[in-house]
Design a protein around this ligand. Sequence first.
Ligand code: C2G
Length: 705
Amino acid sequence: MAKISVIIPVYNTEEYIDECINSLIRQTYKNIEILLVNDNSGEKCTQLLENITLKDNRIKLFHLQERKGAGAARNLGIQESTGDFIYFMDSDDYLPEKTLQILIDNIKQNNIIRGKFKYTNFSSSMAIIFDGLFKIHNYTDTKYNLLENYFAVNYLIRKDFVLKEGLSFSEDVEVFSDLAFMVPAYIHAEQIAHVKEAIYFKRKRNDPISNPSLSQYDKSHQINDFIFIYNDLKDTYRDKSAIEFLDKQMLNFYRKDIVTYFKNSHEIDTFYERLSNTVSRINNRLINKHSWVLKNEINALSNGIDQYKKVNKRHQLFRDLREGFKSKKKLYTFLYQRVFMKMKMQKKTVFFESFLAKSYSDSPKYIYEHMIDNNMDYKFVWSVKEKKNIPGNPIQVKRFSLRYFYYLARAKYWVCNSRMPKYLDKRAGNVYLQTWHGTPLKTLVFDIEDIYSADPNYKQNFYEQSRRWDYLISPNQYSSAIFRRAFKYDKEMLEFGYPRNDILYKKNNENDIQKIKERLGVPLDKKVILYAPTWRDDEFFSRGNYKFTLNLDLDKMQENFNDEYVVLLRTHYHIANSLDVSDQKGFVYDFSLYDDIAELYLVSDILITDYSSVFFDFAHLKKPILFYTYDIEKYRDELRGFYFNMEEEVPGPLLLTTDEVVNAVENIDGLRDSYKETYDRFYNKFCLWDDGEATKNTVERVFDN
Ligand code: C2G
């Protein structure tokens, strides 16, 4: 039985390597050796590799003494391999159990057989494969189509073919080192077999900032490597089809990667000379097949840098225009970038947005009100979903309307409590005050390992968006440390406390509370329970539209507390469904759409919440808090992960059923006493900075007077 040598270069992929190796151990084809080549990973990953090696005697571990790149690691793997076939794999990918079997059963007289790639992100994907349905396609003339993604992974290749043709990976480049192996392999293999059922799960990693995969390396690195490998291969090989393949790839790379890179950076000067020499090697016949835009631009590369810059600029405008006609939003984005951003900045305009324009609330609201109360000489713009009653009569713009783009582009100041769209860059001189929206219990961005429901680009997007922040408000020392790490934030942190909490110090008196209650229509003769849970990453209708299922039995609450309390129900702003509380009329009041939760804190006697940051704010009032954490294990262990142990630190009991909640409310005075010490400790850790002056201090620091 022939042996397959599976060669895997490893560099700091400790989150993924287990799944990769397990998928190999589970292969139905057993005669394999697994060569792990550690490309000088960090200690954690190296240790893990040592442990993994003990799992199965088919695993062999090799170490490179300095980091040399995946190409060098694979070359070492080839050298050390003892099998009849070579199979390359990446340490963050994994296979269904039959992949190797299918490849070896079907390679027949060929030197190379290729399987199929399926892209995946964090969670394990499955593939259903039916025995006997394998259709093999042999490619000769059109074989280069199989190489269009450049990877060397998921090919089964005869070892004697590798040796005979002297195939090896480039050690001069990192990103496209595969091409140095694959191009001659394609030249020398008369035909390439392809079997679609031999599936390979290629993972798209979610953290290109801290730990990028090769394809996530920054663009300038990629451009350097591509230009190098293209020239190197063109110098080495004369094969007509291979040359045509390389030329086509160079044109595609120019069109897709270089053009976008030149649009967003000013590095034409760095690359011009080499790029100009490189494109002059492309066969004209291929260039002429492309649109006149690309043709002109490639030709301009031989007419000197000034001429090229001119043509490139004109074409970028043309490309943007073409993009702009695709939808209304794209047209507005075009106008934002190409027209409004070019107009003079309005130095006295402040643009506000709170919770994705869903409410007039949170710190932006208090910053705004402080500015109007003090007659500060600014023009104010609020981004809203629909027109609202806002004091001071600011300009209101509907989010993503033309006016939204216009004012956002022109305002010197942005004040916002969550992220602004990634595609809306800010202008030089803009001052962006990010207020954020809560002390974190749930792990944030770069501290989250996997993100259950979010886009795999979440971390990358967050990183780019947060580079624009100039000031970030932190509510306490604990949050400052987390924000610095989890947001990779290194600009100014404003450590005055939360503007949104000033009201908890200024209006926490009977008179004001009564006024707010009257305004809200909450009975004056009842005590108030606020139920304010957070959202669940795995319960949603569509991206951004989350669903909340009520687990608290409101009938039972009413049976027990109808005479003494009312309940204010308040779902998170991500929640798209409204809950039907008509059966509990007069007992339950739905305040989910009410703008400002701070006023609800003031009128409430007890807070019931779960993992929401609302409890950090409510604790300023020193009133009792109950935690209805019916799904804590799942939420903590599968969905998010927490920064601290809730059982030990939160200032109230964790309750799992409505009965427990009922008991706790009945015994609220007892709980107040028994949690006194924990509450004090909690308060001292999270509530020390707020003193009612956070807004004033923030405004004085950020705005010119
Ligand atoms: N909020 C609210 N009503 C709820 C839940 C939250 O009004 N039922 C508001 C509160 O101001 C809260 C903020 O939204 O502080 C953030 O809500 P969280 O439940 O903490 O969740 P999330 O939006 O994921 O933010 O660092 C904080 C974290 O990012 C959490």
